[in-house]
Each structure stands twice: as structure tokens, then as C-alpha cells.
Design a protein around this ligand. Structure first.
Ligand SMILES: [Zn+2]
Length: 383
């Protein structure tokens, strides 16, 4: 039987005091613990509920689709970086075997991306010849995933040489309503301006990337409480995408313009009150495990450091139906990470389902600063 864990300290995002008992994956109220649970590991420090990577792709890499073994390694790389919940934003691989496991991040899955022929990255999406088939396909993918459906909202249309929407507005309205009827939320990849009004009017729940947001579509997202996952470390690749598209100068210019004003666009979205979350877009052009880079990038929107930590943790968890600490998950730091976000790269302990699964305290067995110790202050004490 694994030892219980007594977690104390201060929540680095909310400043709330933390005093929690984890008995395996069970969170036990402090009042009811004394008789039933004898904590044998005490962990104290600056605490966070763990990061949510709100836009991640488990099951493919820079070289294309991977098998389930590599997909599991991808999930582990995210876990070691402090990601305790992943919202998988579309994968060609059936990753259901990796869901519901206490040794991996909580995995919330969209099915496979839904696109049209030649209108997305090759081999990743289900491509529909007839856009009217979207309604039936959304229902199919809602059944394949666990709560989310992923649409490709816009992509380069080579016949016009620029970004363009994939779906007619009336089809979107019907498809998103069908997903909601099936109990799933819908999100869409959108780089440009033109696909946004139709997606928002159709009642989409979240926008991925959103570089084409305007004052008008920002207002619409605020009214509809639509969330935004900007994937800022992937937006940094836009100039590269433009360089690779020299046959399509209008597209290349469009991508460079969207990139040039992206910090300002996301800043306006934050100022307007749109809920924004941290998503790396790991899988295609981004390596897995880069959540801290995305969290640091989000400060460029003007959010202060504690607000960014809440957005990437508490708020994202609530949004996804996984409230903070409800799964006996936490990250613990020796020093306040809100004072210096670089500290997020070195958690003392990554706790998943009541067990310490990673963290710097394991780096050395010499009883140094990060090792188990018996003095006062942040650290891990073995009773
Ligand atoms: Zn993506």
C-alpha cells in the first residue's frame, strides 16, 4: 500500500493556504484524516494544481502519426513537465488506452480533426468531400472522443492562394448543435479573420490560435463566453510557414501580418475578458513537454504572473470539469514560482493521484537542498 501524502503550503496562484491529505488518488478532508490515515510523507512549499496543456496532440510527432508506445512516451514527457491534464485537440491515433490511467496526465480527448481534402496537414484529419457531411462526422467524432470535437476552421485554399474558411455557416450551425446534443463541446483551428464570425455565430465553445481576431469578433467571444487557446509558441512558427509558401505570396504576407500583431491581438482578447488558457500545440511543429514556455509566453498578453498561473491551472481545470486538487494532483515548488516563472521548470515534486511521480527532489540522493530533509520550510519529509 502506498503511503498517504500530507500537502501543506501556499497556492502560488491564488495565495490560499493549502492543507490537503491524499490517500492514494483519494482526497481526504483534513478533519476526517487523523484516525483513518497516517501520513508518512509530508510535502510543503508553494503549490499549484498542475498545468493543463489545453491544446496538445498525443499520437503524432514532427514525422507524422506514431504508435501507442510513442504516444505514451509523449504523455510522460508532458507529465514530467508538470502537465497533469491534457486536452488532446485531435489525433489520428486512438489513444483511449492512455485515458483513465493514474500514472499519466488526465487525458481529455477530441476524436480526429475534421477537415476537407487538401485543407489540412496531410494524413492527420478525416477529410470530407461534401461539407454537408460535417453534421454526421461531428456526431461520429463526438463518440470517439471524450467531450470534445475538433474542426479545422480555416486553412490555405490553394485555388485562391490565401487562408479561407472550410465550412458554410449553415452547416456549422447544424454540426455544432449536433455535437452539443451528443454531449460534446466543439473547438476549431482558426488562423485568419474570415472563419471566425461563422464559427462564433454557430455557438462554438473554443477557438484555437485565434490570430485573426478583430475588435468585433473579440466582442462576440466575450458575449458568448467562448474560450481562447492561442498556442503562442506555435504562432512563433508563422514566419517559417510563410517562408515555405513562396508560391502563395498573399498567404505568406497574411501569415506574417497575423504573426506581427499576434501579441497585440491576444492582449486585446485578455483585456476584453476572454478566458485564455495555455496550450502548446505539441505534436506537429512543437515538441512535447514545453508547457512552461507557453506559460511564460502568455505574460506577453499583459496578464500578470499569478493570473497566467490561474489560467493555466485552476481556471483551465474548472473549464474542463477537473477542479483543482480534485484528483490528488499537485505541483510543489521550493520557492514562489509567481515571482520568477523560470522556477516552474524545476518542481520539487510532481504529484499525480497522490503519488510523487517526478520532481527535482529525486535528482540527488545526497541530502542536498532538494532532497528529503527534516528542517523547517519547503521540502519533502519522510516520517
Ligand atoms: Zn493543434
Amino acid at each position: 500500500m502506498s503511503p498517504a501524502l500530507h500537502l501543506t503550503g501556499i497556492d502560488a496562484a491564488t495565495r490560499a493556504p493549502i492543507d490537503l491529505y491524499f490517500d492514494g488518488a483519494r482526497v481526504v478532508g483534513t478533519g476526517e484524516t487523523t484516525d483513518s490515515v497516517i501520513p508518512v510523507i509530508s510535502v510543503d512549499g508553494y503549490v499549484l494544481p498542475g498545468f493543463v496543456d489545453a491544446h496538445c496532440h498525443i499520437g503524432y510527432s514532427m514525422s507524422g502519426a506514431v504508435g501507442i508506445g510513442e504516444a505514451e512516451r509523449q504523455a510522460r514527457r508532458n507529465l514530467a513537465a508538470g502537465v497533469l491534464v491534457i486536452r488532446d485537440c485531435g489525433s489520428p491515433l486512438d489513444t483511449s488506452a492512455l485515458a483513465g490511467r493514474d500514472d499519466l496526465p488526465v487525458l481529455i480527448r477530441a476524436g480526429q480533426h475534421i477537415a476537407r481534402p487538401k485543407r489540412y496537414i496531410r494524413d492527420l484529419s478525416v477529410d470530407l468531400d461534401d461539407p454537408a457531411d460535417l453534421v454526421a462526422e461531428v456526431t461520429r467524432q463526438a463518440a470517439r472522443g471524450t467531450g470534445w470535437v475538433k474542426l479545422v476552421g480555416d486553412w490555405i485554399d490553394r485555388s485562391i492562394g490565401d487562408l479561407a474558411p472550410l465550412w458554410p455557416d449553415d452547416v456549422l450551425a447544424e454540426a455544432i448543435a449536433a455535437a452539443h446534443d451528443a454531449g460534446a463541446r466543439v473547438t476549431a483551428h482558426v488562423f485568419g479573420e474570415d472563419a471566425l464570425p461563422g464559427l462564433l455565430a454557430a455557438g462554438i465553445d473554443c477557438i484555437e490560435h485565434g490570430t485573426g481576431l478583430t475588435d468585433e469578433t473579440i466582442r462576440e467571444m466575450v458575449c458568448r463566453r467562448t474560450h481562447l487557446v492561442p498556442t503562442m509558441i506555435n504562432i512563433a512558427n508563422f514566419p517559417q510557414f510563410a517562408d515555405a509558401a513562396d508560391r502563395y505570396p498573399a498567404y505568406a504576407k497574411h501569415m506574417r501580418d497575423l504573426h506581427a500583431r499576434s501579441d497585440e491581438t491576444f492582449g486585446k482578447a485578455v483585456d476584453a475578458g476572454i478566458p485564455v488558457h495555455a496550450g502548446t500545440d505539441a505534436g506537429g511543429y512543437i515538441e512535447h513537454g514545453r508547457i512552461v514556455d507557453e506559460i511564460i509566453a502568455l505574460t506577453r498578453t499583459g496578464m500578470d504572473r499569478r493570473a497566467v498561473l490561474r489560467a493555466a491551472g485552476h481556471d483551465a481545470r474548472t473549464w474542463l470539469g477537473e477542479p483543482a486538487y480534485s484528483r490528488a494532483d499537485a505541483l510543489v515548488f521550493a520557492d514562489d514560482p509567481a515571482e520568477d516563472l523560470e522556477r516552474l521548470r524545476r518542481p520539487l515534486a510532481v504529484i499525480r493521484a497522490g503519488r510523487i511521480v517526478a520532481g527535482s527532489h529525486r535528482d540527488n540522493g545526497d541530502g542536498g537542498d532538494d532532497g528529503p530533509h527534516h528542517g523547517p520550510g519547503p521540502g519533502i519529509r519522510l516520517a
